[in-house]
Design a protein around this ligand. Structure first.
Ligand code: CP
Length: 316
């Protein structure tokens, strides 16, 4: 199969769909797009329309997908809160809503609070569907942009040592990153979370079967030297039924400038999918190693441009 055929017309629902070749293709395409003049990019998707339906709030994923389509010369049909602005409010099913969007759009990007909904939507839709986050399940395009950011810096995505901190139980970006790094050899992730927010036993068992080493640690003291990246995450308030429990756990691990100076390597990337809600001090923002407000966020647009071009671009 030719490289260009790996993605054309396909859905992106989970990192389970990816192998070494397909991840490398996304990274190579994003790197190429990043260097391509703006005017030339506009010729990639003229006449294409992508539907964006976000049943959960979003700053980055929504905006970067919208910008990505437009920067490639395409257009969007956008629903930022379909639960109050679409006919879902009248009781329309997700299946019928999907079939309607498919009549108007060449692809659908959807975020939904319920795990598995995107898989169901992809089965119903006759156009490509991209998972923009399904509850506590996965966020595949975020993981791809995060790992592209690591790849761009270190020029490899194997033999990586990373630290992930925060809500590992509910963090969908974390679940996709573990799967992404599992595709490549000799990767190790150090995991630090409140014990209530450890990876689920199911996720830990699954990871054991994959090519990745997960090491759970209990404190900042155990953070190893010279990680390629630190990946902080927010405790996901919206997944808690007990708000007191959330308050108890939300700021257990705060990233401070002092910690960065003491424990991060000179090349360690300081990352966060955002939004942050207090777990990363703003004093860290100006550290040259901190990329969450800059390169990491911007790469979200480039990686999504890469995916749209691979999935939708007409190839003669
Ligand atoms: N990283 C991320 O998914 O951010 P948003 O929720 O703002 O899209």
């Amino acid at each position: 199969m030719k490289n260009s055929e790996i993605f054309f017309g396909k859905d992106i629902i989970s990192l389970d769909q990816f192998n070494r070749k397909s991840v490398e293709k996304v990274f190579a395409t994003a790197a190429k797009i990043k260097k391509t003049p703006t005017k030339k990019l506009l010729k990639i998707l003229p006449g294409k329309i992508v539907g964006l339906m976000f049943f959960e709030p979003s700053t980055r994923t929504f905006s970067s997908n919208s910008a990505a389509v437009k920067r490639l010369g395409g257009q969007t049909v956008e629903y930022q809160n379909p639960l109050s602005t679409s006919s879902v409010v009248k009781g329309e099913t997700i299946e019928d809503t999907t079939k309607m969007m498919e009549q108007y759009c060449d692809a659908i990007v959807m975020r939904h609070p319920i795990v598995g909904t995107l898989k169901k939507v992809a089965e119903v839709a006759d156009v490509p569907v991209i998972n923009a986050g399904d509850g506590i399940g996965e966020h595949p395009t975020q993981a791809l942009l995060d790992m592209f950011t690591v790849f761009e810096k270190f020029k490899h995505i194997d033999n990586i040592k990373g630290l992930i901190v925060g809500d590992l139980l509910n963090g969908r970006t974390v679940h996709s990153i573990i799967k992404c790094l599992s595709i490549f050899p000799n990767n190790t992730l150090y995991l630090l979370s409140p014990k209530q927010l450890r990876l689920s036993n199911k996720d830990l068992e699954e990871a054991k079967k994959r090519k990745i080493k997960l090491i759970e640690i209990k404190s900042f003291e155990e953070i190893p030297a010279d990680c390629h990246f630190w990946y902080w995450t927010r405790v996901q308030k919206e997944r808690f039924t007990d708000k007191q429990e959330y308050e108890k756990l939300k700021l257990n691990f705060i990233l401070t400038k002092k910690l960065v100076d003491k424990k991060a390597g000179k090349n360690t990337l300081i990352m966060h999918p955002l939004p942050r809600v207090g777990e990363v001090e703003t004093e860290v923002d100006n550290d040259p190693r901190a990329v969450y407000l800059t390169t990491e966020a911007k790469n979200g647009m480039y990686v999504r441009m890469a995916l749209f071009s691979l999935i939708l671009e007409d190839r003669k």
